[in-house]
Design a protein around this ligand. Structure first.
Ligand SMILES: Nc1ncnc2c1ncn2[C@@H]1O[C@H](COP(=O)(O)OP(=O)(O)O)[C@@H](O)[C@H]1O
Ligand SMILES: [Mg+2]
Length: 253
């Protein structure tokens, strides 16, 4: 891991921080504007730390829309998603709206604030699910985490909110030190699609045959794939708690 560094907001105009703030390419005007925007949120400093990196600076994560770092706000450490200058969206407001709908059913990091280029939310201190599974082989723990992920997906389905990126989700579930899983990144979420959170996550965790499904099967034992697929088919057509319970049954029995 690269050394963590805390930089006062006004010093973010210096390289390499300016380039991270305006990833992947900074201009003087953009840097200036973003520092003003960050100050308006009350962010005093940014802490660069984490397993990912941007311009050789450690960050929490990086995707196609944003770079996520730690921000110091009102004496607390929070997560700050910085909109990439090359992101294919104009602002982070839509994502914030989806996150707030998820929050309403106790899913996702708590939304703190948003503007065009910044989304502030609760900081999740943990490891992505694949990393966590690499280090945790205790059956009760894995079962607890997987069960809670499914319950959260059920709540999203019930709220009519489709996350959209849970079938290829290696970086979108973070497990914290208290063994609590968190679903992150609602940038592709929508209330205008049929929600498929439970179905997508079950494919990812149980039936896909991918790395995460293998790690889960290694600890929980091989599942009856046909039974899971059949329970999901019924659930897909009628998303009742009873049908969801049958999915859980197929996944855990
Ligand atoms: N609230 C958070 N706390 C800690 N890490 C986070 C948080 N939100 C996102 N991350 C990390 O940053 C990565 C990139 O964020 P994400 O929202 O997925 O960006 P993108 O929309 O560009 O894919 C995530 O995959 C995750 O590992
Ligand atoms: Mg992402």
């Amino acid at each position: 891991m690269k050394t963590a560094q805390t930089v006062l907001t006004e010093n973010l105009r210096e390289e390499p921080y300016a380039s991270v703030l305006c990833y992947p390419k900074a201009s003087e005007a953009e840097v200036k504007g973003r520092i003003v925007e960050l100050r308006e949120h009350g962010v005093k400093a940014v802490e660069f730390a984490g397993e990912a990196s941007a311009f050789n600076v450690p960050v929490l994560g990086k995707g196609f829309v944003g770079v996520v770092v730690i921000a110091h706000l009102n004496g607390q450490r929070v997560a700050l998603k910085i909109r990439r200058v090359d992101a294919d969206r104009l602002g982070l407001q839509d994502e914030a709206q989806m996150l707030s709908k998820a929050n309403a059913v106790q899913v996702g990091p708590r939304l703190i604030g948003v503007s065009s280029n910044f989304l502030l939310m609760q900081l999740i201190d943990g490891a992505t699910l694949p990393e966590w599974l690499d280090a945790h082989k205790e059956q009760a723990h894995v079962r607890g985490v997987v069960n809670e992920v499914l319950e959260q997906c059920w709540r999203l389905d019930s709220a009519g909110l489709d996350h959209g990126e849970l079938s290829k989700a290696p970086k979108h579930i973070i497990v914290d030190k208290q063994l609590q899983p968190w679903i992150v990144d609602f940038e592709s979420a929508s209330v205008n699609r049929k929600p498929a959170n439970v179905t997508s996550i079950c494919q990812f965790l149980f039936t896909s045959g991918g790395g995460v499904a293998k790690a889960v099967a290694e600890v929980l034992g091989a599942r009856n794939r046909e039974e899971i697929i059949s329970a999901l088919r019924t659930y897909k057509h009628d998303k009742t708690r009873k049908n969801f319970d049958s999915v859980l049954q197929a996944c855990f029995s």
